[in-house]
Design a protein around this ligand. Sequence first.
Ligand code: GLC
Length: 541
Amino acid sequence: MVSREWWRSSVIYQVYPRSFADADGDGLGDLAGIRSRLRDLAKLGVDAVWLSPFYTSPQHDAGYDVADYCAVDPRFGTLTDFDELVSEAHRLELKVIVDLVPNHTSSDHKWFQEALASPEGSPERDRYLFRPGKGKHGNQPPNNWESVFGGSAWERVARPDGTLGEWYLHLFDKSQPDLNWRNDWVRTQFIEILKFWLDRKIDGFRVDVAHGLIKKAGLPDYFPPKKPRGMPATPFWGQPEVHEIYRTWRKLIDEYPGEKLFVAEAWVSPMKKLANWVRPDEMQQAFNFAYLGTPLKAGRLKSVINNSIAAFGQVGSPSTWVLSNHDVVRHASRFGMDVDYPQGDGIGPKSPVKPDRELGLKRARAATLLMLGLPGGSYLYQGEELGLPEDIDLPDAARQDPTWARTKHKRYGRDGCRVPLPWTPDGETFGFNNSTESWLPQPSFWADYARSIQEGDPTSTLELYRLALSTRKAKSLGEGQLRWLEGYPRTVLAFQNGAVIVIANFGKKNISLPRGEVLVASGQLTDGLPPNTTVWIRAPK
Ligand code: GLC
């Protein structure tokens, strides 16, 4: 049974609807496909699913460009499909988290179309961040901000009479105009959107770009520090006024029965600042991207784990942990390289360093078993339970992430972690659907990673995840406390969490293991604990 404040210890599985399962065979995953596979997720042993956007959208940023927040894109199904998915999930005791994208809308959204059709200075324009350009003819952008996907963050629009007029801000693609969150009308609209989904019995929201809604007043230019230490303060991320918005939202969800969750996608550092997103009257969780970005070095991991538990603990919140999502290179590939490409760049045929597939998988399994042994909540990204690597050989013509085009092919972007899942070793699309269509082509070697052939094979990554998740639940590791164990080499992490001892060897030599029953191991245990392997051992009474 899920306990009170279930999110304190939950494992939440991210479903990327485009690529999970495709019931209608058009090559793009859909809600009916997800519903048909929920049983597999219940069997995996997760507590909840988080669905990336499935709303009406022109799909210029894979659905993170929303044209109608309260409608399902026909490519993904209907609201009835959504309701059926939620009922089926609840029947299987899985909670459902949906993605809320409040920082920007799609440029197709009616609010933006109305703004374009309205005069400069009108209330409709004030829903977004329209500004006059600089220079004599206003032909320079209002400031020097850059889009996360590359290029300027400003786009100029024509007036209804055809002459060039103001510019609008888009921190992402130009098809994603930023909303003006200092405008009360915008705030009211989002309260209605939250209610719409809460009334459909969802269990929470993942809040996209939760650090970006408020921009510094006056929209000043930004000059990055020459030698940045950590994440520099910018006029567009992490402004203090953003917290007031989340306090209002929290009051609203607290009026609903059950424990509704908000989890912030906030790229903010240091950890102490990030903890502000999860103060008792704001959200409950924030993704721990510092953890995601830490290389597998025992000292670095120990310090990020300590910092996380301390910083979140200060505001009464458990930490969360995550290794992969739809924006980063899959961890089975990240850990197979010595370089660290910047987040969002991706890896492709021309990248100077390519991952070692076997080493990457071995280390990914060790990293996951370490993560699932930590107290707090964890996030999994679809396909990692199969040990899927990044697809680094996608043909250029197939790439769809706006990063690829906006950087004139300098950055590959995120398509490599978004390729549809293999369910069976045969079939044109490995069981993703019953047709030959797949919005991104799957590599042929993915047949070896198919879920069906991993089922029941105790050496498979799928069975490792299942065993780890059931043991984690049985031993209440999510609710536990971490105590470091002394006497191990510096390249080893060893701690006790309740009745379980977790040991991860990231050094070069085998180490001897304490006595005790082995509960789970990420790899073969020969001659103690080999390098790049994690083990869970029953602690002595
Ligand atoms: C978030 C999403 C990412 C998207 C961006 C703009 O970072 O995770 O996929 O491109 O926001 O909405």
